[in-house]
Design a protein around this ligand. Structure first.
Ligand SMILES: [Mn+2]
Length: 311
Protein backbone atom coordinates (compact mmCIF):
# COMPACT_ATOMS: atom_id res chain seq x y z
CA UNK A 1 0.00 0.00 0.00
CA UNK A 2 1.13 3.51 -0.78
CA UNK A 3 2.13 5.35 2.35
CA UNK A 4 0.71 8.76 2.80
CA UNK A 5 2.71 11.80 3.87
CA UNK A 6 1.02 15.02 4.86
CA UNK A 7 2.96 18.26 4.81
CA UNK A 8 1.43 20.81 7.15
CA UNK A 9 2.20 23.70 9.53
CA UNK A 10 0.77 25.57 12.51
CA UNK A 11 -2.90 25.70 13.48
CA UNK A 12 -3.12 29.38 14.36
CA UNK A 13 -2.57 30.98 10.99
CA UNK A 14 -1.07 30.28 7.59
CA UNK A 15 1.28 33.00 6.38
CA UNK A 16 3.07 32.94 3.03
CA UNK A 17 6.19 31.36 4.54
CA UNK A 18 4.19 28.38 5.82
CA UNK A 19 1.94 28.24 2.73
CA UNK A 20 4.83 28.32 0.25
CA UNK A 21 6.94 25.91 2.30
CA UNK A 22 4.11 23.37 2.46
CA UNK A 23 3.38 23.46 -1.26
CA UNK A 24 7.01 23.50 -2.37
CA UNK A 25 8.10 20.71 -0.05
CA UNK A 26 5.15 18.62 -1.20
CA UNK A 27 6.31 19.07 -4.80
CA UNK A 28 9.87 18.07 -3.88
CA UNK A 29 8.71 14.96 -1.99
CA UNK A 30 6.38 13.98 -4.85
CA UNK A 31 9.32 14.12 -7.20
CA UNK A 32 11.84 12.37 -4.98
CA UNK A 33 9.83 9.70 -3.09
CA UNK A 34 7.20 7.12 -4.01
CA UNK A 35 4.83 8.28 -1.25
CA UNK A 36 1.46 9.83 -1.82
CA UNK A 37 2.20 13.36 -0.62
CA UNK A 38 -0.45 15.93 0.28
CA UNK A 39 -0.27 19.42 1.75
CA UNK A 40 -3.20 20.82 3.69
CA UNK A 41 -4.12 22.83 6.75
CA UNK A 42 -7.13 23.71 8.89
CA UNK A 43 -5.96 27.35 8.91
CA UNK A 44 -6.85 29.77 6.13
CA UNK A 45 -4.09 31.64 4.31
CA UNK A 46 -3.83 35.16 5.74
CA UNK A 47 -3.28 38.47 3.95
CA UNK A 48 0.35 37.66 3.20
CA UNK A 49 -1.02 35.23 0.56
CA UNK A 50 -2.76 37.59 -1.90
CA UNK A 51 -4.91 36.33 -4.81
CA UNK A 52 -1.96 36.57 -7.24
CA UNK A 53 -0.34 33.71 -5.28
CA UNK A 54 -3.47 31.75 -4.35
CA UNK A 55 -4.37 31.59 -8.05
CA UNK A 56 -1.13 29.99 -9.23
CA UNK A 57 -1.01 26.48 -10.69
CA UNK A 58 0.13 25.11 -7.30
CA UNK A 59 -2.48 25.04 -4.55
CA UNK A 60 -3.06 23.31 -1.23
CA UNK A 61 -4.85 19.95 -1.31
CA UNK A 62 -8.32 19.32 0.06
CA UNK A 63 -8.30 18.01 3.57
CA UNK A 64 -8.63 14.25 3.66
CA UNK A 65 -8.13 11.30 6.02
CA UNK A 66 -4.94 11.35 8.07
CA UNK A 67 -5.32 7.74 9.26
CA UNK A 68 -1.90 6.11 9.34
CA UNK A 69 -0.28 9.07 7.60
CA UNK A 70 3.13 10.44 8.44
CA UNK A 71 3.38 14.15 9.15
CA UNK A 72 6.00 16.61 7.97
CA UNK A 73 5.84 19.98 9.77
CA UNK A 74 7.20 23.15 8.22
CA UNK A 75 7.58 26.62 9.78
CA UNK A 76 6.58 25.32 13.23
CA UNK A 77 8.29 23.20 15.88
CA UNK A 78 6.35 23.96 19.07
CA UNK A 79 3.99 20.95 19.41
CA UNK A 80 1.34 23.18 21.04
CA UNK A 81 1.01 25.03 17.73
CA UNK A 82 0.86 22.00 15.40
CA UNK A 83 -2.24 21.74 13.23
CA UNK A 84 -5.09 20.05 15.08
CA UNK A 85 -5.02 16.76 13.14
CA UNK A 86 -1.28 16.11 13.71
CA UNK A 87 -0.45 13.08 15.83
CA UNK A 88 2.91 13.72 17.41
CA UNK A 89 3.87 10.03 17.41
CA UNK A 90 3.57 10.01 13.61
CA UNK A 91 5.66 13.11 12.91
CA UNK A 92 8.60 12.14 10.70
CA UNK A 93 10.25 15.46 9.88
CA UNK A 94 10.34 19.09 11.05
CA UNK A 95 11.80 22.06 9.17
CA UNK A 96 11.51 25.32 11.09
CA UNK A 97 13.19 28.63 11.90
CA UNK A 98 11.64 29.48 15.29
CA UNK A 99 13.59 29.33 18.55
CA UNK A 100 12.71 27.25 21.55
CA UNK A 101 12.23 23.61 20.58
CA UNK A 102 15.61 22.72 19.03
CA UNK A 103 16.69 20.68 22.06
CA UNK A 104 13.31 19.02 22.48
CA UNK A 105 13.41 17.60 18.96
CA UNK A 106 17.13 16.86 18.96
CA UNK A 107 16.41 14.44 21.82
CA UNK A 108 13.83 12.65 19.68
CA UNK A 109 15.69 10.13 17.55
CA UNK A 110 12.76 9.16 15.35
CA UNK A 111 12.04 12.63 14.02
CA UNK A 112 14.37 14.26 11.52
CA UNK A 113 14.51 17.88 12.72
CA UNK A 114 16.12 20.91 11.15
CA UNK A 115 15.53 23.99 13.29
CA UNK A 116 17.81 26.88 12.43
CA UNK A 117 18.14 30.63 12.85
CA UNK A 118 17.37 31.81 9.33
CA UNK A 119 14.93 34.47 8.19
CA UNK A 120 12.42 32.20 6.47
CA UNK A 121 11.46 28.53 6.33
CA UNK A 122 11.29 29.02 2.55
CA UNK A 123 15.06 29.49 2.55
CA UNK A 124 15.47 26.05 4.15
CA UNK A 125 13.02 24.51 1.68
CA UNK A 126 14.82 26.09 -1.28
CA UNK A 127 18.07 24.52 -0.05
CA UNK A 128 16.41 21.10 0.02
CA UNK A 129 15.75 21.41 -3.72
CA UNK A 130 19.41 22.23 -4.29
CA UNK A 131 20.62 19.37 -2.09
CA UNK A 132 18.33 16.98 -3.98
CA UNK A 133 19.69 18.40 -7.26
CA UNK A 134 16.16 19.36 -8.32
CA UNK A 135 16.55 23.06 -9.10
CA UNK A 136 14.79 22.13 -12.36
CA UNK A 137 11.50 22.12 -10.42
CA UNK A 138 11.95 25.74 -9.39
CA UNK A 139 11.10 27.52 -12.62
CA UNK A 140 8.06 29.73 -12.54
CA UNK A 141 5.40 29.34 -9.90
CA UNK A 142 7.30 27.52 -7.15
CA UNK A 143 10.00 30.20 -7.31
CA UNK A 144 7.31 32.87 -6.95
CA UNK A 145 5.95 31.22 -3.81
CA UNK A 146 9.37 30.73 -2.23
CA UNK A 147 10.54 34.25 -3.07
CA UNK A 148 7.39 35.73 -1.54
CA UNK A 149 7.88 33.67 1.63
CA UNK A 150 11.48 34.83 1.97
CA UNK A 151 10.68 38.51 1.31
CA UNK A 152 7.72 38.52 3.69
CA UNK A 153 9.40 36.82 6.64
CA UNK A 154 12.63 38.85 6.30
CA UNK A 155 10.74 42.11 5.67
CA UNK A 156 12.22 42.60 2.23
CA UNK A 157 15.56 41.16 3.44
CA UNK A 158 15.94 44.12 5.83
CA UNK A 159 15.04 42.52 9.16
CA UNK A 160 17.86 41.79 11.61
CA UNK A 161 17.00 38.10 11.40
CA UNK A 162 17.95 38.00 7.71
CA UNK A 163 20.97 35.76 7.04
CA UNK A 164 23.30 35.32 4.10
CA UNK A 165 21.44 32.10 3.33
CA UNK A 166 18.20 34.06 2.86
CA UNK A 167 19.79 36.59 0.48
CA UNK A 168 21.46 33.80 -1.48
CA UNK A 169 18.25 31.83 -1.76
CA UNK A 170 16.51 34.97 -3.02
CA UNK A 171 19.18 35.71 -5.66
CA UNK A 172 19.37 32.10 -6.80
CA UNK A 173 15.59 31.77 -7.07
CA UNK A 174 15.51 34.90 -9.21
CA UNK A 175 18.28 33.55 -11.41
CA UNK A 176 16.68 30.11 -11.82
CA UNK A 177 13.21 31.47 -12.59
CA UNK A 178 14.18 34.55 -14.58
CA UNK A 179 12.17 36.78 -12.22
CA UNK A 180 13.56 40.14 -11.15
CA UNK A 181 13.05 42.55 -8.24
CA UNK A 182 9.77 43.75 -9.81
CA UNK A 183 8.17 40.50 -8.69
CA UNK A 184 8.86 41.35 -5.01
CA UNK A 185 7.47 44.82 -5.53
CA UNK A 186 4.33 43.42 -7.18
CA UNK A 187 3.97 40.95 -4.33
CA UNK A 188 4.19 43.61 -1.61
CA UNK A 189 1.79 45.88 -3.50
CA UNK A 190 -0.70 43.02 -3.80
CA UNK A 191 -0.49 42.41 -0.02
CA UNK A 192 -0.91 46.11 0.65
CA UNK A 193 -4.01 46.23 -1.52
CA UNK A 194 -5.62 43.39 0.47
CA UNK A 195 -4.79 45.05 3.77
CA UNK A 196 -6.11 48.48 2.78
CA UNK A 197 -9.29 46.86 1.47
CA UNK A 198 -9.93 45.36 4.92
CA UNK A 199 -7.95 47.82 7.00
CA UNK A 200 -9.79 47.42 10.28
CA UNK A 201 -9.69 43.64 10.12
CA UNK A 202 -6.02 43.63 9.11
CA UNK A 203 -5.01 45.84 12.03
CA UNK A 204 -7.26 44.38 14.73
CA UNK A 205 -6.22 40.82 13.80
CA UNK A 206 -2.68 41.72 14.87
CA UNK A 207 -3.01 43.76 18.07
CA UNK A 208 -0.89 43.50 21.18
CA UNK A 209 -2.68 44.54 24.35
CA UNK A 210 -0.11 44.47 27.11
CA UNK A 211 0.92 47.01 29.72
CA UNK A 212 4.67 47.41 29.37
CA UNK A 213 5.63 50.78 30.78
CA UNK A 214 4.14 54.25 31.32
CA UNK A 215 5.66 55.48 28.06
CA UNK A 216 3.45 53.27 25.86
CA UNK A 217 -0.30 52.66 25.61
CA UNK A 218 -1.56 49.13 26.18
CA UNK A 219 -2.97 48.72 22.67
CA UNK A 220 -0.22 48.53 20.06
CA UNK A 221 -0.90 47.63 16.44
CA UNK A 222 1.47 46.89 13.60
CA UNK A 223 0.99 46.82 9.86
CA UNK A 224 3.47 46.38 7.03
CA UNK A 225 2.75 48.35 3.87
CA UNK A 226 4.70 48.90 0.70
CA UNK A 227 4.34 52.61 1.30
CA UNK A 228 3.02 54.36 4.43
CA UNK A 229 1.30 57.09 2.44
CA UNK A 230 -1.77 54.88 1.87
CA UNK A 231 -2.71 55.47 5.52
CA UNK A 232 -3.96 58.64 7.14
CA UNK A 233 -4.57 59.63 10.75
CA UNK A 234 -8.31 59.78 9.95
CA UNK A 235 -8.33 56.19 8.71
CA UNK A 236 -6.53 55.09 11.87
CA UNK A 237 -8.89 57.04 14.14
CA UNK A 238 -11.76 55.04 12.59
CA UNK A 239 -9.98 51.71 13.01
CA UNK A 240 -9.25 52.43 16.69
CA UNK A 241 -12.61 54.02 17.48
CA UNK A 242 -13.19 51.54 20.34
CA UNK A 243 -9.81 52.18 21.92
CA UNK A 244 -9.11 54.93 24.39
CA UNK A 245 -5.35 55.10 23.88
CA UNK A 246 -3.47 53.40 21.10
CA UNK A 247 -0.43 53.46 18.86
CA UNK A 248 0.51 51.64 15.68
CA UNK A 249 3.83 50.79 14.08
CA UNK A 250 3.38 51.30 10.34
CA UNK A 251 6.36 49.69 8.63
CA UNK A 252 6.90 51.27 5.23
CA UNK A 253 8.95 48.94 3.03
CA UNK A 254 9.76 51.30 0.20
CA UNK A 255 11.57 53.84 2.36
CA UNK A 256 12.50 51.37 5.11
CA UNK A 257 11.05 53.45 7.98
CA UNK A 258 8.60 53.02 10.82
CA UNK A 259 5.78 55.55 11.17
CA UNK A 260 4.54 55.51 14.77
CA UNK A 261 1.02 56.95 14.81
CA UNK A 262 -0.73 57.42 18.14
CA UNK A 263 -3.99 58.62 19.67
CA UNK A 264 -2.90 61.50 21.89
CA UNK A 265 -0.27 64.02 22.92
CA UNK A 266 0.75 62.09 26.04
CA UNK A 267 1.61 58.96 24.04
CA UNK A 268 3.47 61.12 21.55
CA UNK A 269 5.65 62.46 24.40
CA UNK A 270 6.41 58.88 25.46
CA UNK A 271 7.39 57.93 21.89
CA UNK A 272 9.60 61.00 21.53
CA UNK A 273 11.28 60.05 24.77
CA UNK A 274 11.96 56.53 23.50
CA UNK A 275 13.05 57.45 19.97
CA UNK A 276 13.57 61.22 19.85
CA UNK A 277 17.25 61.30 18.89
CA UNK A 278 16.71 58.94 15.98
CA UNK A 279 13.40 60.29 14.72
CA UNK A 280 11.39 63.14 13.29
CA UNK A 281 8.68 64.08 15.79
CA UNK A 282 7.65 67.39 14.30
CA UNK A 283 4.10 66.26 13.42
CA UNK A 284 1.12 65.88 15.71
CA UNK A 285 0.51 62.30 16.96
CA UNK A 286 3.22 60.90 14.71
CA UNK A 287 6.87 59.98 15.20
CA UNK A 288 8.83 58.96 12.10
CA UNK A 289 11.88 56.78 12.71
CA UNK A 290 14.95 56.84 10.47
CA UNK A 291 14.79 53.03 10.14
CA UNK A 292 12.04 50.53 10.59
CA UNK A 293 11.58 48.72 13.86
CA UNK A 294 9.49 45.70 14.81
CA UNK A 295 6.86 45.95 17.53
CA UNK A 296 8.69 43.39 19.68
CA UNK A 297 11.76 45.64 19.52
CA UNK A 298 9.67 48.66 20.57
CA UNK A 299 8.40 46.72 23.59
CA UNK A 300 11.90 45.58 24.49
CA UNK A 301 13.22 49.11 24.28
CA UNK A 302 10.38 50.43 26.44
CA UNK A 303 11.00 47.75 29.06
CA UNK A 304 14.72 48.52 29.19
CA UNK A 305 14.19 52.29 29.35
CA UNK A 306 11.70 51.92 32.15
CA UNK A 307 13.82 49.45 34.13
CA UNK A 308 16.78 51.82 33.85
CA UNK A 309 14.71 54.45 35.51
CA UNK A 310 13.54 52.20 38.32
CA UNK A 311 17.06 51.05 39.14
MN1 LIG B 1 8.25 31.63 8.96
Amino acid sequence: MLSRTIVTAGRAYLDIDAYASMISYRELLRNTTSDEVLAFSTAKPNQTVPPMLQNLGYKLDKRTSTDGARFVLVDVSNPNFFDTFVKQERVSEIIDHHYGYEEYWRNNRVVKSQIEAVGAACTQIYEHFIEADRADLLGGDLAKLLIAGILDNTINLKSKLTTKRDSEAYSELKRISGLDDDFGRDYFLACEKEKIKNLKRAILADMKAEWVCPLLPEAIGQIILFNHSKLTQEMLDTVFADYNKWMINVISLEDGRSYLYCSDAETKVGLSELFGDNADDSQENLVILNDFILRKEILKRARLTHCDRLS
